[in-house]
Design a protein around this ligand. Sequence first.
Ligand code: GSH
Length: 220
Amino acid sequence: MTFTVYGIAASRAVRPLWVAKELALDFEHVRTPYLGGGARTPEMLAINPNGHIPVVVDHRPEGDVVVWESMACALYLARVHGVADGQSISPANASEEADALRWAFWSVTELEKDALTVLMHLVAMPPDQRKPELAAAAEKRLLPPLQVLEQHLTSQLARGPAYLSGNRFTVADVCVASVVGWCKPARALMAQVPTVSGWLDTCMARPAHQELRNLARMGQ
Ligand SMILES: N[C@@H](CCC(=O)N[C@@H](CS)C(=O)NCC(=O)O)C(=O)O
């Protein structure tokens, strides 16, 4: 049984790709860019009418299962293609499942929009199009939710390594790190949440993420 991930590593597709690499799964990666309408071809619109990447198509004996929304794609792969053994990145029980769901939803509702503004206006857009005042306002709004994360990770330290759930790296960390990573260029902001910064560096140093960063550098 295998599945296909549509999207490129330099996009939100990094979320399901990261899960797939962490689980060492055998899958097909169709490098679909989002610039130039790549996510809006008739073939892509047939599997995601929103015209966005990523899309995961899971080829199951009972028929294809189509998943879009990057967090849903990541959570789905960990749940359906991972092993709930308490060692892998997949949730091992109801409590860890709840952790993965709530932190993934939290990151898209509390962080993602402002984190993207920071990324775009500090580094991603051409310098003449950047608006530092938009990045500064977004940084201000990001501090309270990042302090929530700081507090949670600090409390996790009392029981073991500082990860979001179960004191081991899980899909919850993939989901949240993929958003918090966009805040990295905001150095003054990140300096105010040192435990978050250390956790982020640890997550991003993982071989699976390094592999994806290399793909992203090549535009894949
Ligand atoms: N909420 C969606 C957003 C997906 C999204 O906006 N993807 C971007 C790339 S990161 C895209 O496909 N943009 C192309 C377009 O909208 O035409 C998710 O998380 O999957």
